[in-house]
Design a protein. Structure first.
Length: 511
């Protein structure tokens, strides 16, 4: 329900927030607004949203299901992606602070759960930085299979990408956002070329590589498509990430800030859904299921239908998008470390800003972890001789297991979007109404549906391997589950050590 008036006690949203939660304000809420420039507009957040959520390289995964791949995009969009956007919009309007899930969980459940959820949301950061750099390498390999053919050369190239993008990530926020806005246009161009390829292919009289007239082909829940469900649904993770910079919005008042949050989620969600459907359709028409799990499928689709020059343009658009996505993931996830440090839950050095007002220490910490993972997965484990098998297969297996565990943790944290909404609705009762932007029935039902679908996608991810050639399902589930539990234990230990160090620092400052 929009807020259209003020009261003698101040803006009703501010009054409502104070009554709505028993938690006191976090130090980071006030510090961020004072220390950071307010630069993000609706357009900025929309571009940021699309760069974070839309990876055209996922088209090959969806193509594995044939027409059912399109069905799964729609199901995942309606039952998980849109509920995530609804919950994010409501929580963002309630608490427009830095750190999104970390801050919102603090308001709903307090400090313990906020740290656990924040840690679970942050864990994928280094792997996502690694993954986007790996996608750059995959596009290069698609251009020429002889390039970067072995794990050593792949790892070296990924280190170059990661270090280069970390240097960009510590520049001024306005400059970074301008880059994101430019690349937003590039990825729309690449997507448009893939969709146009499908149309031109049909116009020139070529038959569609995918038979769309068979009803059975649209069934997303056939046994062959079960593994795709979790992969595609969890491809929508990250809806809340643009609001990790929620304390840096350019909005000058409550109403403008609210419109910025709602509009970027609406337009961003629509663009991402349309882009996935349009680009996947283009790939299915030109290549069909021959493009299954092929990361280079969008580029080869354009080259086949429109010629090599258009294919090269699409490749450049996709590669530059992936490079900037690596930058974005680094500085967006660094906000979790930043607010944790400011709030005294992590050592204060990770909350310090450089002269460009960016959390450089937090960014370099993530960069260091990402480089360490690259070294272990691509340069050490495949060659030390402890495990048998071709180096390329060993590197891929360790990479996929790591991604699977990180995805499970990220999905677990994302489920708290819905849990937080349900918790705050139950706690607020009548106090919820002045602050809500959706009807109660929509908030409640979408949160329940989103939570159930998210949990189902987690189970599907645990049960179905990402690497069927080398890791069968019987081994995959316990490897991913075991690594997930190890990460949680490591997180608990780090939390205790980091909190202890932060406590000693505060005691030293008090003296």
């Amino acid at each position: 329900m929009p807020i259209t008036s003020t009261t003698a006690g101040g803006h009703p949203a501010e009054v409502g927030r104070e009554a709505f939660t028993s938690e006191v304000s976090l130090p980071s809420e006030d510090y961020i607004e004072k220390a950071f420039p307010r630069v993000h507009t609706t357009w900025d957040l929309t571009c940021l949203f699309v760069i974070i959520l839309f990876f055209i390289t996922n088209d090959g995964t969806a193509a594995a299901g044939g027409p059912a791949g399109l069905t799964l995009w729609v199901i995942g969009g309606l039952l998980f992606f849109i509920p995530c956007a609804i919950a994010t919009a409501q929580l963002g309007v309630l608490f427009p602070h830095e750190g999104s899930l970390y801050s919102w969980t603090h308001k709903a459940f307090g400090g313990y759960w906020s740290f656990l959820v924040g840690f679970s949301a942050w864990v994928p950061s280094s792997l996502l930085i690694l993954a986007t750099s790996d996608l750059v390498v995959s596009i290069v390999q698609g251009l020429n299979p002889k390039w970067l053919a072995d794990p050593r050369s792949q790892g070296a190239a990924m280190l170059v990408v990661i270090i280069f993008t970390s240097i960009i990530a510590v520049q001024r926020q306005r400059m970074l956002q301008n880059l994101v806005n430019i690349i937003f246009v590039a990825i729309l161009l690449g997507t448009g070329l893939v969709f146009l390829s499908g149309l031109v292919w049909l116009i020139h009289g070529h038959p569609s590589a995918t038979p769309f007239n068979q009803p059975a082909g649209w069934n997303p829940f056939s046994s062959a498509n079960y593994p795709l469900f979790g992969t595609i649904v969890l491809g929508f993770l990250g809806v809340n990430l643009p609001l990790n910079v929620g304390g840096e919005l350019a909005a000058s008042n409550e109403g403008t800030k609210r419109r910025t949050i709602k509009r970027h989620l609406f337009w961003g969600s629509m663009i991402v859904l349309v882009c996935y459907l349009a680009s996947t359709l283009g790939v299915l028409i030109v290549q069909g299921q021959n493009a299954s799990f092929n990361l280079f499928a969008p580029v080869s689709t354009v080259s086949t239908a429109l010629g090599p020059i258009a294919g090269d343009v699409a490749a450049v658009c996709i590669m530059t998008t992936l490079v900037i996505a690596t930058v974005v993931y680094n500085y967006i996830f660094a906000r979790f470390i930043l607010v944790g440090s400011i709030d005294g839950r992590l050592p204060t050095r990770f909350g310090k800003l450089n002269r460009r007002r960016t959390p450089a220490n937090a960014i370099f910490l993530q960069t260091g972890f990402a480089c360490l993972l690259v070294i272990l997965i691509f340069l050490v484990i495949p060659y030390v001789g402890l495990l048998s098998g071709p180096p390329a297969h060993l590197a891929a297996s360790f990479y996929f297991v790591s991604v699977g565990a990180a995805t499970v943790l990220w999905a677990f944290a994302t489920c708290f979007l819905f849990i937080n909404v349900l918790r705050l609705m139950a706690r607020g009762r009548a106090r919820w109404r002045p602050l809500q932007i959706f009807p109660s029935w929509l908030l409640g039902s979408s949160s329940v549906i989103g939570l159930l679908v998210g949990l189902a996608a987690i189970i599907d991810t645990v049960l179905n391997t990402y690497d069927p050639l080398d890791i069968p399902n019987s081994e995959w589930w316990w490897l991913v589950t075991g690594l997930t539990l190890i990460l949680l234990v490591v997180g608990a230990i780090i939390a205790m050590v980091a909190s202890g160090e932060a406590g000693w620092q505060r005691m030293g400052e008090a003296e």
